[in-house]
Design a binder for this molecule. Structure first.
Ligand SMILES: NC(=O)c1ccc[n+]([C@@H]2O[C@H](COP(=O)([O-])OP(=O)(O)OC[C@H]3O[C@@H](n4cnc5c(N)ncnc54)[C@H](OP(=O)(O)O)[C@@H]3O)[C@@H](O)[C@H]2O)c1
Length: 391
């Protein structure tokens, strides 16, 4: 903590600050500057935006995964430390003194910087759900070992976290993860005809391409099932998905006495971001409030596993554990990319992931190295299947 105007400022590092989630974190901090100081930023290749963010928030340490662009940035940002490459992202995560690191990098590439941040003794909030899915137990154990706080920064996870405060996970009957249903919940057309543009236009949330597409297949919700399983240490069978197109109930916890608690709020990621930044305090958010008297109905529906078969794969991966969640997540990353590049059609996404999962020999209680190997294997397998035109 650093002394600000009469109060201590929380020092925050944001990895993936140039993406949708990262920009929202900076937006919240911008409105609460007396409380927070941004001490490190990192992105992959968006040099212009990273420079702008570094200047606007007077950030002393920044990194870009793209080495060439990092070199250019180094010339432009004279009195700041600029790191480049994969190693550079890790250096920012590891060596920047901070009270909280928020990882908004998309995909498995976020994993190693997160582990290094935890090892260096920082509290960590993970928007990067893929890392929890891939290596949930490793991250949790490392956080316990280093006595740091680990948060999962998803609207659903933050909702569950709040509902569970003061309660014992043993007293939970079920957790209901709410899902908007994405753009194709009520879609009447042929799934074969879905274009990347249609798949990326989420009805409720404005997000980056990977999570938007995962929301269209509902695999995003499947990833959250596994994330919830690891993060809260609850059996996979107790985690249910419930379609809630209104997106104002962010998740629910049912207890063994039949009581159900939920967290509601506006459909805006800045609300959970504000919560985590200020945790354990609850502070007034500079955001609009949910106007309950304007809401006429709140609806819930069961999910459709036939129409969205990726959900079945997620439960399978979460139940098996070991290296299967890493394989599920890696194959999904390849399938998302292939669909966005128009190499496969929308209904081929799930079969590609499933085929890779079927071919995998699961290792239980894997080490980090074994998880990374499984991830690499799954990517190669998926690319080979694509090349061979397996689908
Ligand atoms: N967006 C949301 O509202 C939301 C909500 C809940 C959870 N999440 C989760 O948050 C994560 C980010 O989602 P997003 O929607 O913000 O994605 P996004 O808009 O695509 O942003 C991804 C960020 O990761 C950076 N990045 C990508 N590869 C990198 C690498 N190799 N090294 C360093 N940085 C890298 C990008 O940098 P460049 O821009 O410079 O390329 C960008 O800053 C995902 O795991 C997602 O599931 C997002």
């Amino acid at each position: 903590m650093k002394e600000g105007k009469g109060e201590l400022k929380k020092r925050v590092v944001i990895l993936g600050s140039t993406g949708s989630m990262g920009k929202q974190v900076l937006d919240v901090i911008n409105k609460e500057r007396e409380r927070f100081e941004v001490v490190g930023l990192a992105g992959k290749s968006n040099l212009e935006l990273l420079q702008k963010q570094a200047e606007e928030f007077s950030v002393p340490v920044v990194a870009l995964a793209d080495e060439e662009k990092a070199e250019k940035l180094r010339k432009r940002l004279k009195r700041r430390e600029v790191y480049g490459g994969k190693k550079g992202i890790i250096e920012v995560a590891k060596f920047t003194p901070a009270d909280l690191l928020i990882c908004c990098i998309v995909g498995k590439v976020g994993l190693i910087p997160i582990i290094e941040a935890i090892k260096s003794g920082k509290n960590v909030a993970l928007a990067n759900k893929e890392s929890l899915v891939i290596a949930g137990n490793i991250l949790k154990n490392e956080a316990i070992r280093k006595r740091v706080k680990l948060f999962s920064l998803d609207s659903e996870e933050i909702a569950i976290f709040q509902c569970l405060e003061g309660y014992n996970i043993k007293d939970v009957e079920k957790i209901y993860l709410t899902a908007s249903g994405g753009p194709f919940w009520k879609w009447k057309g042929n799934f074969e005809d879905i274009t990347p543009a249609q798949a990326l236009s989420h009805p409720r949330w404005k997000m980056g391409p990977k999570i938007s597409l995962d929301s269209a297949t509902l695999i995003n919700k499947g990833l959250e099932v596994i994330e919830t399983h690891y993060f809260f240490g609850i059996e996979i069978e107790k985690i249910k998905i419930i379609i809630h197109p209104d997106s104002i109930v962010h998740s629910l916890v049912e207890f063994i006495d039949g009581s159900i608690l939920c967290q509601m709020g506006i459909t805006d990621m800045r609300l959970p971001i504000h919560y985590i930044l200020n945790y354990p305090e609850r502070r007034r958010a500079p955001l609009p409030f949910l106007k309950l008297d304007t809401i006429r109905k709140i609806s819930f529906e069961p999910p459709d596993f036939q129409k969205f078969p990726g959900l079945r794969l997620a439960y399978w991966a979460g139940k098996e554990e070991g290296t299967l969640p890493a394989v599920f997540s890696a194959a999904d990353e390849v399938a998302v990319e292939a669909f966005l590049k128009r190499k496969i059609k929308f209904p081929q996404i799930v079969p590609l992931i499933e085929e890779v999962m079927k071919r995998h020999k699961i290792l239980s209680n894997p080490s980090l190295e074994e998880i990374l190997n499984a991830d690499e294997w799954a990517r190669k397998e998926a690319y080979q299947l694509l090349e061979r035109g397996y689908l």
